[in-house]
Design a protein. Structure first.
Lengths: 286, 258
């Protein structure tokens, strides 16, 4: 986790026909192999930051960007599209709209990106088989993608991105349209990817799940960076309550009875919260 | 959700042919009935197309459509039989109506051409998966962007219909009348079209982002996971089809000049 993978330097961005800055002077660094979550209220700039990290802002959306977004030290706007696609994968929230729509089987759907990159057929088949088995979709390979459930479709979207072997995976609310089962499926996949050393950046509102999985959190409000640090540090910030961002239920519980861990932060994990609360109740019993 | 396809899964020689070979046959067969304007040539190509459809075991799937076309075509026989500009030889009379040989032959030729067109393109559509057709065309040099548009339309339209049905259900649940008078139906249509267009635009934008991030539009040599192979039979058939077309065209041009 030593190598700087992604960084932004005084990044600001305005959408076309908007005078409000969607991103305002954001500087941060993400190291290789880190898992970083992005939190904030609606309209805080989470998705825009994801698009900026992939170079889609401003190349796809237009608008005005100042500052820089660097991947392995190179500005994303200086990179060729091919190099960028090989470096960064993006998964969006609606599983249905991420399917290319041009392929009639799950197998061919995964091949879509590989075909665009001109990967040789033998390697393509090998990669597809590998990701479909990894994401438990091998049995579905001959099915039409539109016949899959939401959770399966989201796994397919991630599998199709992973098949391109990106070094960084960015996910913008990948579970927002999924049921609990679908959400669990996606997070299981992400845990596995994290173990494999991939750098992962994820926007997610299911905080209990998110904190189990990320090393750090980026906290945005109105396009500005409010905080960047460990989940327990971020959720202990006063601004979390001021901006009404929300927090894991265990954190809310501990905040209400003012229980902090040894570092002076409110706990964010279930086990830690239980241990701390046990301590409090045992003290009360005595 | 299924894609729009009339493909009939069968294991026949016709199914195994390269889609482009079948496309060549369909176009050539139709063109030849115009280039060689004899009724007998038309009937010959029609019989050949019928033979191919039987060999591809898809004639059954075309019968309903062919029957409907034949019924409609009968009006052509009546109109052309009586009013064709070159009419001169009376074949029979029906009360005061006179039917002429020239008109009836011309109408028959038109019907034969239409039937041949339906059967030859029917063979192509019923024995070829749309995705294979597009893949084959892209392999032959069609722009991948155009190929994407052709393939995605077949998949995305059923998805849009499904979204429309969800929106109709949602509007009904909120008390909108979708049945009844024309005014009520129009009101329901406008209530449906707004959310449908907006959701389609949002989805289209998201899909554009998703495929862009999967390398769509990168100007480099595309590879294909499904390779449509051009067999020896395909090569021979295409050569014969092209040769016949060339001979027919030459004959037509020469006969004009002379």
């Amino acid at each position: 986790m030593d190598n700087l993978k992604v960084s932004t330097e005084e990044l600001s961005y305005e959408y076309p026909f908007s005078k409000k800055k969607a991103l305002n002077n954001i500087s941060l660094s993400i190291f290789s192999g880190e898992s970083v979550g992005i939190i904030g209220r609606n309209g805080s700039g989470k998705s825009t930051l994801c698009f900026a990290l992939t170079g889609l802002v401003p190349s796809f959306f237009g608008g005005k960007r100042t500052g820089r977004v660097l991947i392995d030290g190179v500005d994303v706007l200086q990179m060729s599209k091919e190099k960028l696609v090989r470096k960064v994968g993006l998964v969006l929230q609606n599983p249905f709209s991420q399917i290319s729509g041009a392929k009639t089987t799950v197998f061919e759907e995964v091949a879509f990106g590989l075909e665009n990159l001109g990967i040789e057929r033998d390697e393509m088949v090998e990669r597809i088989e590998k990701v479909l088995k990894r994401f438990n979709l091998w049995e579905k390979r001959t099915q039409n993608p539109f016949e899959l459930s939401g959770g399966q479709l989201q796994r397919l979207a991630i599998a199709s991105t992973i098949a391109l072997e990106p070094e960084i995976l960015i996910l913008d609310e990948p579970t927002s349209q999924l049921d609990p089962q679908g959400t669990t499926e996606v997070f299981e996949v992400l845990s596995e990817l994290k173990k494999s050393g991939m750098t992962i950046i994820i926007v997610e509102h299911k905080f209990e799940k998110l904190v189990e999985y990320v090393d750090k959190l980026i906290f945005l409000h109105d396009g500005s960076l409010v905080g960047y640090g460990k989940p327990e540090e971020i959720f202990s910030m006063r601004e979390i309550d001021i901006y009404n961002v929300g927090e894991p239920v265990y954190t809310t519980l501990c905040k209400n009875i003012d229980v902090k861990n040894t570092h002076g932060n409110y706990p964010v994990h279930f086990n830690e919260s239980v241990e701390l609360l046990k301590g409090v109740f045992q003290k009360d019993d005595r | 959700m299924k894609s729009i396809s009339l493909y009939v899964e069968k294991d026949t020689f016709i199914h195994k042919l390269e889609p482009v070979t079948k496309l060549w046959y369909a176009f050539t067969s139709v063109l030849l009935t115009f280039i060689l304007p004899s009724l007998w040539m038309g009937i010959l190509f029609l019989l050949f197309s019928l033979l191919l459809s039987i060999s591809g075991r898809v004639l059954k799937n075309m019968i309903a459509f062919i029957s409907a076309v034949i019924v409609i075509s009968l009006t052509m026989l009546v109109i052309q039989g009586m009013f064709y500009k070159d009419n001169s030889t009376i074949v029979f009379t029906f009360g005061s109506l006179k039917f002429y040989k020239e008109g009836l032959i011309h109408a028959t030729l038109l019907i034969v051409r239409v039937l041949n067109m339906i059967i030859s393109f029917g063979i192509l559509i019923l024995t070829t998966r749309p995705s294979d057709m597009v893949t084959n065309l892209v392999q032959k040099g069609l722009s991948p962007r155009i190929g994407y548009v052709l393939s995605s339309v077949l998949q995305i339209i059923p998805q849009m219909l499904s979204t429309a049905s969800t929106i109709i259900d949602a509007q009904r649940a909120r008390g909108l009348e979708t049945e009844g008078s024309l005014v009520q139906k129009l009101r329901a249509f406008f209530a449906l079209i707004g959310p449908l267009v907006l959701s389609s635009l949002v989805e289209a934008r998201e899909r554009a982002i998703a495929i862009e991030m999967r390398g769509f539009g990168i100007s480099m040599r595309q590879t294909h996971v499904s390779v449509i192979l051009e067999g020896k039979v395909d090569r021979v058939l295409k050569f014969v089809i092209k040769l016949v077309l060339l001979i027919a065209l030459t004959w037509r041009v020469v006969s004009w000049i002379i």
